[in-house]
Write a protein that binds this ligand. Structure first.
Ligand code: PLP
Length: 455
């Protein structure tokens, strides 16, 4: 039940995973599994809606960034919570449509939309944010050729600077995203683009992500707001009626505490950009990580334990295939690791500095290095919380390791009953072979006359 806090729900789920056999030493498909806390997602979606409803009466579309957790059942759940989706590729749009998201709650962003992508979006009536002025020229042709219900806008980069993770800083001076409005002449070009096109009614910016301070995000939003005000003043009417303020709320990876909160961010926006919330502008948000990260957990069996150079090492079935960012950039992306025994009970006892390794065949495949934890033993279970966004839903095929099964869970009663439902089943060996060109096994053999394969 949602009344139990996240850690208690997780403990019950781990125990139930063992009891219900979702992890099992004997079954090769059941060495690793990912869990999604359904009640946690509902609570985060409700908190997001409530946070903005508390600061504005204007209509707000909360478009979940599909990139953060591209799983159809998750999108269906968010749809049921009244949220929309932000998609950035034909694949993400297909997932959203499979989940039943209506075009009216779908937003297309992407720095590399093809003419076909744009034509499809406009035919469906999906909102589109043009990334640059070349893309805008393509929209000109499409808008002239057929009427569309799509709300259309331009993405701007307010160039407010970087956060602590360079790869995720979208609003630096040289970011690849949007029109860089502090560049020479760019602001004027954007203003002119709007004045020349009465059908441009939105303005988009996405200034944050993990590692960006909230004040910097709010500054980016303020920059976009001021640009919208300037354009509307020059147009002599409320031409821009909706501001898309992007996503990017950072997530706390160090404990179960959910901080910062949506309420805190909405409050900061109300202080920093009061005019944005006075009812003249509809809003779109595009949060990804902050909606899902805390509600996903990877569970993996410990296969072996050993020592190397005097340090204990636990070799588990979770590594680079589910925690790619952490394994390749552990300093930017530290994850917690929690120890459970083979019955799924939390391991207590003295902490010992140890490494927690994954199954892949390269030395850097480590979930945690020199981490104090109760000493892990073979057949124990490690849990890796906070992995609901950009982790197990983004599997990496190193060593042809399979995509693990994903199950949603809810705690059903006060005695610890937990019910699971399959979100995605584990990838089979046959699927791995098929995705590795299995049906083209002869493709590279000699096809010349007299060669080993006849043409
Ligand atoms: C990635 C992305 C988001 C979501 O970012 P989070 O950090 O996951 O909240 C939103 N909008 C755009 C345009 C993005 O590229």
């Amino acid at each position: 039940m949602a009344s139990h806090h996240a850690g208690a729900r997780r403990d019950r789920a781990v125990r139930a995973v063992v009891e219900q056999g979702l992890l099992s030493p004997a079954d090769p498909d059941r060495q690793i599994v990912a869990l999604i806390d359904t009640d946690g997602i509902r609570a985060s979606a409700a908190a997001l809606v409530a946070a903005f409803a508390a600061v504005t009466d204007a209509p707000v579309l909360h478009a979940f960034a599909v990139k953060a957790c591209p799983l159809v059942p998750v999108l269906s759940l968010l749809d049921a919570c009244g949220l929309g989706v932000e998609v950035a590729s034909p694949g993400e749009l297909a997932l959203a449509r499979a989940a039943g998201l209506p075009p009216s709650r779908t937003v297309l962003d992407s720095p590399a939309k093809t003419p076909a992508d744009l034509r499809q979006a406009l035919a469906l009536g999906i909102a589109v944010n043009a990334d640059n002025l070349q893309e805008l020229a393509r929209l000109d042709a499409l808008v002239a050729s057929a009427p569309t219900a799509s709300p259309l806008g331009i993405r701007v980069n307010p160039q407010i600077g970087a956060g602590s993770i360079g790869a995720l800083s979208t609003a630096t001076a040289t970011s690849k995203f949007g029109v860089a409005i502090r560049d020479e002449g760019a602001r004027d070009a954007v203003v002119r683009a709007y004045l020349d096109r009465p059908w441009l009614t939105r303005l988009h910016t996405h200034t944050g992500s993990q590692g960006i301070p909230l004040a910097l995000m709010a500054e980016g939003v303020a920059t976009a707001y001021e640009l919208a005000e300037e354009i509307n003043a020059k147009a002599g009417r409320q031409q821009i009626d909706t501001l898309d303020i992007g996503g990017g709320l950072p997530v706390n990876f160090t404990s179960d505490e959910e901080t910062p909160t949506y309420a805190g961010y909405a409050g900061l926006l109300a202080e920093t950009v009061p005019g944005l919330l006075d009812g003249r502008y509809g809003l779109v948000t595009e949060f990804g990580r902050s909606l899902l990260a805390k509600h996903g957990t990877v569970l993996a069996r410990v296969e072996y334990t050993k020592t190397a150079g005097g340090r204990p090492v636990a070799v588990t079935h979770a590594g680079v295939q589910v925690a790619t960012r952490t394994v390749y950039d552990p300093v930017s992306w530290p994850l917690r690791v929690l120890a459970y025994d083979s019955d799924g009970r939390p391991r207590t006892g003295e902490e010992v500095v140890q490494d927690v390794a994954g199954p892949a065949c390269f030395a850097g495949d480590l979930l945690a290095t020199a981490r104090p934890l109760p000493l892990l033993r073979a057949d124990d279970i490690v849990a890796v919380p906070d992995t609901g966004a950009y982790y197990f839903a983004h599997p990496y095929a190193y060593n042809s390791l399979p995509r693990p099964a994903v199950h949603g869970f809810t705690v059903t009663d006060d005695e610890g009953g937990v019910s699971f439902s399959t979100v995605r089943r584990a990838q089979s060996l046959a699927e791995i072979v098929a995705e590795a060109g299995g049906e083209h096994a002869d493709a590279l053999l000699d096809r010349r006359p007299g060669g080993s394969v006849e043409p």
